[in-house]
Design a protein around this ligand. Structure first.
Ligand SMILES: *Cc1c(COP(=O)(O)O)cnc(C)c1O
Length: 368
């Protein structure tokens, strides 16, 4: 297959996808499977599309070892819409406050949206240290009557990640896993709902995966004025076919899951690879602490988004342009924090990370 040279893409999202998946999409773009038409042209009610949707669900369930009492939904509107759907469905009429552990920019946005709709409050906020760390377990004390406790497993902008699912008392957790979904196994014990827009680590923009414990939507009474699309019950009871779902996105999520199962060997294997990739970059930060200033404290370092500054902000443009000459792109930090961010999701190869680590060492050498 002839293709123009691909760069090594460290973008935070939409982000790099596995080449075998892109090649399969390409080979099936005009005629998918034996359908005589493209996936883009197929009715979402056609049993052949429904089979793709069911396959995606089965693969997700297997990969995640998802407990039986969870439903899998494929929604639109990105994680931003989940910032509103979560409080509307889970806290709307229950009375208890919605509590938020704010460990970065996304957690803050989630709280802001919830507070427009329900009684919502931060029970931990990392702003005073510029979101460079995570709370000690005992620093988070949810109210017993809380409707849920929301947290962000990986803060994409600051690069801080919970190493394990937290357990804060008996709290029922809601997790924004947008930027580390499918990067490692997940312990669902305390979780009632987990959501992830696909475009970071699980597929293309346009589909958001929601995993919800059945008891959190079944028989729950919602405000009658709630727009129907915003009710989890509608989507769960009609198997994500309440309205036209993002068919192409679901198809790609299925291909990603197949790649994870058949080529990577599951989420534990994926997690090991991701840890090795991240270690390569953090080793460089630790080797040159007066040159590369890591944002996250070591115990909170993300395996997905490695964030750091250069010793001299003036050198940033030279760092980025030298990187680009080597085919390393998408490294500029988020506009709200600056510096450098290397997003090294599942599809980023070890070789790609090695090239970046080599460039970081070379850049220090060149800078004298
Ligand atoms: C990207 C991101 C979001 C926002 O996702 P959209 O699909 O753009 O709405 C929310 N939370 C986290 C952790 C993210 O990384």
């Amino acid at each position: 297959m002839s293709q123009a040279k691909r760069v090594i893409n460290f973008s935070a999202g939409p982000a790099t996808l596995p080449l075998p998946v892109l090649e399969q999409i390409q080979s099936e773009m005009i005629v998918t499977s034996d359908w005589g038409m493209s996936i883009l042209e197929m009715s979402h009610r056609d049993p052949r599309f429904v089979a793709v949707l069911q396959e995606a669900k089965s693969r997700l369930r297997r990969l995640l070892a998802l407990p039986e009492d969870f439903d899998i939904l494929f929604l639109q509107g990105g994680s931003r819409l989940q910032f509103s759907m979560v409080p509307l469905n889970l806290a709307g009429t229950s009375g208890g406050p919605a509590e938020y552990v704010v460990s970065g920019s996304w957690g803050r946005h989630a709280l802001t949206e919830a507070a427009r709709l329900v009684d919502a409050r931060a029970i931990w906020d990392g702003r005073s240290t510029n979101f460079d760390r995570l709370p000690a377990e005992e620093a988070v004390a949810p109210a017993p009557e809380a409707a849920y406790v929301h947290f962000t497993s990986n803060e994409t902008i600051q690069g801080v990640q919970f190493r394990e699912m937290p357990s804060w008392g008996e709290a029922r957790l809601v997790c924004d896993a947008s930027s580390d979904f499918l990067s490692r196994p997940i312990d669902f014990d305390r979780i009632d709902l987990l959501y992830a827009c696909a475009q970071k680590n699980a597929g293309p923009a346009g589909v958001t995966v929601v995993l919800i414990r059945r008891e959190r939507w079944e028989g729950v009474s919602l405000d009658e004025r709630l727009p129907s699309y915003l009710s989890y019950a509608h989507h769960a009871s009609s198997d994500s076919l309440w309205n036209t779902p993002p068919t192409f996105g679901i198809y790609v999520v299925n291909l990603i899951c197949r790649w994870l199962e058949e080529e990577i060997g599951g989420l534990a294997a994926m997690a090991r690879r991701n840890a090795e990739k991240a270690a390569l970059l953090y080793e460089v930060l630790d080797a040159f602490p007066d040159r590369y200033i890591g944002h996250a404290v070591p115990s909170a370092r993300s395996h997905m988004n490695v964030t750091f500054r250069l010793w001299d902000e003036e050198r940033e443009a030279a760092f980025l342009s030298g990187a680009a000459e080597r085919g390393l792109v998408g490294l500029k930090g988020h506009r709200s924090v600056g510096g450098i961010r290397a997003s090294i999701y599942n599809a980023m190869s070890m070789a790609g990370v090695e090239s970046l680590a080599a460039w970081m060492r070379t850049f220090v050498g060149e800078s004298g």
